[in-house]
Design a protein around this ligand. Structure first.
Ligand SMILES: *[C@@H]1O[C@H](CO)[C@@H](O)[C@H](O)[C@H]1NC(C)=O
Ligand SMILES: *[C@@H]1O[C@H](CO)[C@@H](O)[C@H](O)[C@H]1NC(C)=O
Length: 348
């Protein structure tokens, strides 16, 4: 019994190490508070401030949004209009499905097979926003986010994303200069991340959505931690919840009760906001499965021991060799005297 426990523990440790290694970025995301790159309130003038903006405006004055076609549903019209009305001097581009397809085919043909191959519309809606930001630069805004004030103060960075609580970042509002290295990295990573994760929601989130973006963002910061944040153009600033929607002076307002490309929307949004919880649940399920496997394994050993105790004659394999009872692989692998002694001692 002790030997089987040893083997089980060994395998568990190996599997756990591999697992931990593969999700180390996810785990480190849990404790990432983004404070190092947060856009501080002190950097942002009051909404109707007469303070002259002295910082250079780097991000082009373009607002990008996406929808299936030009017929925006009526419950999103006020949100869309609020951003257009506040920014008459900004270019406004609505990326419809047809327009997005044409743009990818023309500018990024290497990505077209992946883009067309996505199973879910929302994956294309996710992917296109990274490409248009990398190409044109500007500010991407989800259709259910309305604007509460002009976005000019947010043009003074090379790129920013939005922080989500309790952790990670979202892709519902974000901005960048053209050819920003972070969004180039995001673009390059889309193809490799295009995997199926069984459940459509997890697939969407991990292949193109907030989870995908958060992991790349975390890795991006880790790889460039040695650079001076004051001069590094690849730095990605983070719009915090206070500046996003929480106050009268915040930039955006979320229009509630909206649905995104159909009735699954609420669940997708909920999962997007609770993906940490879902990840934890995944680990719990994994732990339960591991326990079940161990239980089965020990049951088999107990049964084997009983059968031998009952004095059953050794079974023969197809080739006529007797089946070695109890963890046969272990004995076959072990050529050294020491392990042999261990086996012999237990068998005695
Ligand atoms: C800023 O000015 C506009 C128009 O003058 C006004 O409607 C709005 O309420 C003001 N916002 C704040 C926060 O004072
Ligand atoms: C736009 O898409 C919606 C939803 O699929 C559809 O109901 C509507 O007819 C489309 N409008 C046009 C002009 O094609």
């Amino acid at each position: 019994m002790r030997r089987s426990l040893l083997i089980f523990l060994l395998f568990s440790i190996i599997i756990l190490t591999l697992l931990l290694h593969s999700v180390s970025t996810l785990l480190s995301l849990l404790i990432e508070d983004a404070s190092a790159d947060a856009i501080h309130r002190a950097e942002i003038p009051e909404p109707n401030s007469t303070l002259l903006e002295s910082r250079p405006q780097l991000i082009p004055k373009i607002i990008h949004q996406t929808y299936i076609n030009e017929s925006i549903p009526s419950h999103w019209k006020p949100a869309q209009q609020s951003c257009i009305d506040l920014h008459p001097d900004y270019e406004y581009i609505l990326w419809t499905d047809a327009k997005s397809h044409e743009f990818i085919a023309r500018e990024y043909p290497w990505f077209l097979p992946t883009f067309v191959g996505y199973k879910h519309n929302i994956q294309r809606a996710d992917a296109i926003r990274y490409f248009v930001l990398a190409y044109y630069g500007g500010i991407y805004i989800d259709l259910d986010d309305g604007c509460m004030r002009r976005l000019d103060p947010l043009l003074s960075y090379t790129a920013w994303v939005r922080r989500t609580v309790p952790t990670g970042i979202s892709n519902d509002v974000m901005a960048s200069i053209p050819q920003h290295p972070f969004f180039l990295r995001v673009m390059e990573s889309l193809k490799g991340a295009n995997r199926s994760w069984l459940l459509p929601y997890i697939t969407i989130m991990a292949s193109t959505g907030p989870l995908f973006l958060s992991v790349i963002w975390k890795k991006w910061m880790g790889q460039h931690a040695h650079l001076d944040p004051e001069t590094w153009v690849g730095r990605v600033r983070v719009l915090m919840p206070d500046e996003y929607t929480k106050h009268p002076w915040s930039f955006f307002k979320t229009y509630k009760g909206s649905s995104w490309h159909g009735k699954d929307a609420k669940l997708i949004f909920w999962m997007g906001k609770n993906w940490i919880l879902l990840t934890a649940l995944g680990f719990l399920v994994g732990g339960v499965v591991a326990l079940a496997v161990w239980w089965l394994y020990t049951r088999l050993i107990v049964m084997g021991a009983r059968r031998r105790a009952a004095g059953g004659s050794p079974r023969l394999t197809a080739f006529g060799f007797p089946v070695v009872p109890r963890v046969p692989l272990f004995r076959r692998w072990s050529g050294t005297k020491q392990t042999y002694e261990m086996v012999a001692q237990h068998d005695a």
